[in-house]
Design a protein around this ligand. Structure first.
Ligand SMILES: [Zn+2]
Length: 317
């Protein structure tokens, strides 16, 4: 049979899904997410990474179409869709045996370790380059799997969920999570990505300590969105608990080799011994002001900086 739109319409309406607790919507929701990201040109090549964008899109569709009976676990369909024939897994070196073995990868972390990306039949990927085919196949999924959902799939396909979350958090200055929040691995990945991207963008991709800014053609830079008070302890994702730091200075900050005083001036540990023949030594930044974001709501909070001075600065380990 020719692998055309009819072929894939049929395949999409015959997905093998778990029905032990009612229909498990994981596979159709993952396909909707892939269709969305291709439409937004977030997926430009036939390489589907388990990216924060894909996870955010999956969670968005799940919130509208999912069920209480199952957890919104994207790792499951990302791995098990391989049994559908049109979805394939590219393993990382050393893990080539996994896609065809009976081993099951159940978590996002396990997938990241072993799988480089998923890819579609070339015929299917080519089809999905046209808006008409995307709409048609999204409608197949909607009618077959979510006939009772009063959702407007076409409208949902136009919302960039991770960007929408970033915009909201940036406006609100971020959020502090309670102990019940972020239990799902997927939710944590998305929220953590949003925090880091906002911090980096409000510092314009520069290191707050040394000013370094390097951005490659893909928009990847050299700085991290770092937490001042560690997330594991405080669950504080307010942007005012963030600092944009290059890799070296992120490392040094987390180890207490420098801190920042109440006037936003750098304090370098006196016990540091360093040789820096080709770059400006860390100690020479002592008493210089860090770079600050333009908006007050994003500027590092005095209590967060005080915590760092009292608990991390000059304390080995
Ligand atoms: Zn730096």
């Amino acid at each position: 049979m020719e692998k055309n739109i009819h072929f894939y319409s049929r395949a999409f309406s015959r997905l093998r899904v778990n029905r032990s607790k009612g229909m498990a919507p994981h596979k159709p929701i993952l396909l909707l997410s892939v269709i969305e990201l291709i439409g937004q040109e977030k997926i430009k090549q036939n390489q589907i990474f388990l990216s924060p964008e894909l996870i955010a899109s999956f969670l968005k569709f799940w919130s509208q179409l999912g069920t209480e009976s199952y957890r919104p676990d994207i790792a499951l369909p990302f791995f098990h869709m391989k049994s559908e024939g049109f979805w394939h897994l590219k393993a990382k070196p050393g893990f080539e045996a996994i896609p065809s073995s009976r081993i099951r990868l159940r978590t996002i972390a396990a997938l990241h370790d072993a799988i480089q990306y998923a890819f579609l039949d070339a015929e299917l990927f080519n089809l999905l380059q046209t808006p008409a085919a995307r709409t048609a196949l999204a409608n197949v999924l909607a009618m077959k799997w979510f006939p009772h959902g009063k959702t407007d799939i076409e409208r949902m396909l136009e919302i960039n969920s991770l960007q929408a979350l970033q915009d909201q958090l940036q406006r609100e200055g971020g959020v502090v999570y309670g102990p019940e929040d972020l239990k799902e691995e997927a939710e944590f990945v998305v929220r953590n990505t949003a925090f880091r991207r906002i911090v980096i963008s409000v510092y314009e991709h520069r290191c707050a300590f040394c000013g370094l800014q390097i951005i490659d053609p893909f928009g990847q830079g050299v700085v991290d969105g770092a937490h001042i008070m560690p997330f594991s302890k405080f669950r504080d994702d307010r942007i005012s608990n963030g600092l944009s730091l290059c890799k070296n200075h992120h490392w040094a900050f987390d180890r207490g080799w420098f801190s920042i005083d109440e006037g936003y001036k750098i304090l370098v540990s006196k016990s540091l011994r360093e040789e820096s023949p080709n770059a400006r030594p860390t100690s020479s930044f002592d008493r210089e002001r860090i770079l600050l974001p333009a908006k007050e709501i994003h500027v590092p909070r005095p209590d967060a900086l005080r915590w760092h001075r009292e608990n991390v600065f000059n304390s080995p380990g």
